[in-house]
Design a protein around this ligand. Sequence first.
Ligand SMILES: [Zn+2]
Length: 257
Amino acid sequence: MRDADTSAGTAVDDAIARAAELVAGSSYLIAFTGAGVSAESGIPTFRGQGGIWGSYDESHLELGFFRREPAIAWKTIKQIFYTFTLSVEPNDAHRVLARWEAAGRLRLVVTQNIDGLHRRAGSRNVAEFHGSCDELVCMRCGGRVPAAAGLLDSLPPRCECGGLLKPGFVFFGEGIPADAYETAFSAAAMADACLVIGSTGTVYPAASIPRAVKRAGGRVVEINPEPSEFTDEVSDVLIRLPAAEAMRRLEAAVDAI
Ligand SMILES: [Zn+2]
């Protein structure tokens, strides 16, 4: 056991050193994040063991049901995405990315998460590929309203125009927001390095982004506790750690170069 532990530790040290070289040497670095980046903030995953859909009816996140039964759908949505999500804090993985952006080291975060934690940590250039729960969108006039306290006291929430307000994240079967899509894929075409953090690479079209970086000649650093769909296909380096610990150690290693 002791030998195995030591060699795993060495593998992680080597991966961090190689990743730090790639990050420090890059001139157009982007990050691509998934559920794993928010796990240490306490945001549960939606699928798999302990996933949220074990306890809720996921049809409540289908547009057809939402239109027919907005009050029922909103009751579920409020419990899952608002009462809880708005109370959690960003972790060090979000914070390191925000510091790197402020320092000019990171150009863009593309995230699959809808929890808004990258912006709350201070990142400004964020392409929210599946939208965000921080805003509500009016289904009649298209207006956007911040998800402020009080707005969800009586359900369903209504816009000033009387239209039904929907969460600003993408429902099952809905398209990707056009601006986030454009921003993400144009950055992927220009990036010479991409950090993949906490994404298993199974949800499309989001999972095409690291692959687009790789196709355009960029390098990919993956941070995941377990190997993923990206590992053999596109990753140049895999750091097998949870996101916050990996990013703390990577930041220290980059600073030491
Ligand atoms: Zn409206």
